[in-house]
Design a protein around this ligand. Structure first.
Ligand SMILES: Cc1cc2nc3c(=O)[nH]c(=O)nc-3n(C[C@H](O)[C@H](O)[C@H](O)COP(=O)(O)OP(=O)(O)OC[C@H]3O[C@@H](n4cnc5c(N)ncnc54)[C@H](O)[C@@H]3O)c2cc1C
Length: 449
């Protein structure tokens, strides 16, 4: 069987290694960080994530979905926290079916689960503390620096190694070194990265006195404030991880909020109901990094039968649809299907994977950007809640015909691009229907008077 060299044992890397391992391929997986089971946090990004249908389907393929879901907390809808003090939060369910929910899951635990799923196969080997510095595309060879060696475990001359296989797969995230090597080598390689003017910072609501949750546990909490917002997802230990998405620059922004008083004042003004639940707010704000939010689009995602990109390495999206990881997992399923379809022709397998995934990754990137506006601004309005009710009414009455966009993206595996097109057509019919009803009513009124 062919040998694959995988770069990056993040969420998609572990899952892909398990997928390839179960097909009998030889897999060498290299990760720049230390083993997460040795207490190394997968730091720098969200502590918890929303896992939904596409991701669950991918986890089912490697037989770990049930285990993962046991550690997850279901979130059945959005809990909208109004700006005015004294107003109770409003719950807006995700779907007309109360059983449909997304799942809050810890990044570190999920990462460990997929790596362990891969390690069940003796044909999969995982090497931590190995940082890829470049890939020779034609020979499918990755250059790596072994940082455990650099720490003095072995002689210094052993620090740099090469790893070759029939193909190298870059599962090394948004700032992929494998993709950079493709950029250098492939003429006309298309690359576009765009950063939001907003950054994000994680903060914590600790558990209540008896380990209980201090807010509704089965919801994703949102404090929409027009140009910015805070969200909170529940954790199994009774805590919530909050994420503030806020402008980097501007009169009120990360840049201008410097002192403890500035922070306290901003939070008391904007998130008054959350402040009493955040005893560590000032320390968290001071000590936790401010991350940036990038959308990356590139093409092609493969080079001959030698190199391929998967997950954020191919298509990083902003996190507002809760789909980046779900899409990365879906990539792994599709790549597996394409390799099975063309067992003797890996190049065709890679090409088919790219052809199936690229339009969907582009659609998701757009959906995720649009959903930022919906979450931070529209969720606060009565019109938004009325639209959700209409969506749910139509879904229930026109069962199988009408599916809200959020439902298609989150609770089905309808390809993202198809979901987006279908939602546009549905909206057209709904608006045309509403205009027709209004016209009939006006006609009737005129006739009666
Ligand atoms: C704030 C925030 C919230 C999010 N929330 C959600 C959510 O709720 N739901 C959702 O579906 N998605 C969410 N996402 C997106 C999700 O985190 C990513 O889409 C997902 O992590 C992509 O997985 P990946 O394996 O492709 O990349 P990564 O998870 O980034 O993994 C890449 C791995 O490669 C390793 N690596 C990198 N460079 C090298 C190198 N040179 N050599 C060796 N190893 C290397 C890294 O250490 C890492 O382990 C969120 C993202 C952010 C920023």
């Amino acid at each position: 069987m062919a040998k694959f060299v995988l770069i990056g044992s993040g969420l998609a890397g572990g899952l892909l290694a398990a997928n390839l391992g179960r097909r009998g391929y030889e897999v060498d997986l290299y990760e720049r960080r230390a083993d997460p089971r040795e207490g190394n946090l997968v730091g720098g990004r969200s502590i918890n994530l929303a896992l939904s249908t596409r991701g669950i389907h991918a986890l089912e393929q490697i037989g770990v979905a049930d285990n993962v879901l046991k550690q997850a907390i279901p979130m059945r809808g959005r809990m909208i926290h109004p700006a005015k003090t004294g107003q109770a939060p409003i719950f807006v369910p995700y779907d007309v079916d109360p059983n449909k929910h997304i799942n809050s899951i810890g990044r570190a635990a999920l990462n460990t689960t997929v790596i362990e799923a891969a390690q069940r196969y003796s044909n999969v080997r995982v090497f931590f503390n190995h940082k890829c510095t470049g890939v020779d595309l034609d020979s499918a060879t990755a250059q790596l620096v072994n940082s455990s060696v650099a720490a003095g475990v072995s002689p210094a001359s052993d620090q740099t190694i090469s790893a070759s296989g029939e193909a190298v797969i870059g599962v090394d995230g948004a700032f992929s070194v494998v993709r950079q090597s493709m950029q250098l080598k492939i003429k006309d390689f298309q690359y576009d990265e765009s950063y939001l003017a907003h950054g994000y910072k994680e903060l914590t609501i600790p558990p209540g006195p008896s380990g209980s949750w201090q807010m509704e546990k089965t919801a994703l909490h949102i404090w929409p404030r027009k140009s910015f917002m805070m969200i909170a997802l529940p954790n199994p230990d009774g805590s919530f991880t909050c994420t503030l998405f806020w402008e980097f620059e501007g009169p009120r922004s990360f840049a201008t909020t410097k002192t403890d008083d500035d922070v306290r004042h901003f939070f008391e003004e904007e998130f008054p109901d959350a402040v009493p639940l955040m005893p560590n707010l000032l320390d968290d704000f001071r000590n936790n990094p401010t991350g940036s939010l990038v959308t990356i689009r590139c093409a092609p995602w493969f080079y001959r039968d030698k190199v391929c990109l998967v997950g954020d390495a191919a298509h990083a999206v902003v996190p507002f649809y809760g789909q980046g990881m779900n899409a990365a997992f879906e990539d792994c399923v599709v790549l597996d299907e394409c390799l099975q379809e063309f067992p003797q022709d890996r190049k065709r397998g890679f090409a088919k994977y790219f052809q199936r995934r690229k339009p969907n990754a582009d659609a998701l990137a757009d959906l995720a950007l649009e959903n930022f506006i919906e979450m931070r601004d529209k969720t606060a309005s009565k019109a938004f809640r009325a639209k959700k009710k209409l969506d749910h009414f139509l879904e229930a009455t026109l069962s199988g015909i009408y599916l809200p966009l959020y439902t298609m993206v989150t609770f089905t595996r309808v390809p993202y691009a198809q979901a987006r097109r279908r939602a546009k057509v549905q909206d057209m019919f709904v608006y045309a229907g509403l205009i027709a009803i209004a016209a009939i009513l006006i006609g009737l009124l005129r006739w009666l008077v």
